[in-house]
Design a protein around this ligand. Structure first.
Ligand SMILES: [Zn+2]
Length: 62
């Protein structure tokens, strides 16, 4: 028998998922990109991460 979902009471496994940009564990209020589900401390880290991705793309293209 397979369960369609898991009920998680322990929040620690989620807390261990850090910010994509600075790797700091995210707090109760964090920014989550809907499309990717990735977490960031705030919009600043998100913007920085997007910048890095954009630079990587430019580097890969040239
Ligand atoms: Zn961060």
């Amino acid at each position: 028998m397979r369960f369609a979902f898991v009920l998680v009471n322990d929040r620690i496994p989620f807390r261990r998922i850090g910010c994509m940009q600075c790797s700091e564990p995210v707090s109760d209020s964090y920014l989550r990109e809907i499309a990717t589900g990735l977490r960031y401390c705030d919009h600043q880290c998100y913007a920085l991460f997007c910048e890095v991705l954009a630079k990587d793309r430019v580097r890969a293209a040239s």
